[in-house]
Design a protein around this ligand. Sequence first.
Ligand SMILES: [Zn+2]
Length: 396
Amino acid sequence: MVKIFNVDNGKRKRRGATPSLARQINIREVLDHLRHKSPLSRAELTRMSGVSAPTMQKLLTVLLDSGLIREVESEVEGRGRPSKSYTLSGRKIQVFGAVVGVTTCKIFTAPLSLELRKIAEYKFPTPDSYDELIGEFRQFMLKQASQNISFLGLGISIPGLVNTIEQNVIVSPNIHYLDGSSPATDMAEGLDLQTLTLQEQLALCLAEQNAGSTDDCNNFVVIDLSNGMGMGIMNNGGQLNGKCGYAGELGHIVVAPGGPLCGCGKHGCLESVASDFVLQRKVSEKVGYEVSFTELEKMLRNGSIDVSKELDEILDYLGRGISMTINILNPGLVLLNGRIFEMIPEAIDIAREKTAKYAMAPGFKECMIKRTKGNRDAGVLMGISNLLVDSISEIE
Ligand SMILES: [Zn+2]
């Protein structure tokens, strides 16, 4: 059953529009129908998908062999004779998703069938060493794997630069012990898992597409302020990586020479003057003690602090960053991810005004600026599930 997921980690052959691509689209469509309504008979699925009966028969065979769907008996109306219907396997086949954050890490399990429904989850403060990090993750994984469940993959999102071909971390400016490491490989050691290491901005792009917030826009960016600053770029429907996967480092463009020291070693990078952490730092300086995000949120909700000046400074820098992005990439949509936008509803309007001040008018006019709806968790699940589901279609 498991060998049908024939993935060569991170080194899949690039294919053009081949018959397998058509199969891939059909497989997704069948999973999608079953996600919305289950069980469905072969006749119903054939009608809904608009493919021929023999094609549907082949698709169902592949999906049954892979373990992603299962057969159930259902009554045929009028005749009372039981017939076969299909439903998602749910808990039987699962993947691991892991998210490394600057302050918190988490790992969870979910069904592989693109349902984005977490089954088990474990959160812990980001440890001080790589060994502790891997140890925490593995403890959870081994416990899960001892149950009667098939785990097929592990997707992990990492803050920093990831070499997507080699699947290792080039540099993580805020968690330097990750530099040069291959966390997914180390976590999966001894377990038969396909692994995928995702730069967190790509995870966010996938999550936004899945959450439906990108509509039909093929050219969009996600700017993430929640762990420093990073940007994921979708260009004509595909990720823009650059030569080695280093594209999108908006956060490390120096905008305030001589400004605060950044994790990358330079002074005055955009992320050192415009991120969630910058707001937290500024508020802490203002009140004279270290304020957590939970406290900050409370203070903002009960109106006991005024952050309009701090917010204006941060969003002015952010507006310059967004304007550079608009001028260079001409996206149709800029999605902003960060606690700032969750805690302060008017922040998104201020960001828009600031961007208008700096961006070229034609590019700004054609670009929507919105908040994100998805999160990294959904992104890593989409990433690893896509990899595995797509690999089914490569079996002839
Ligand atoms: Zn920097």
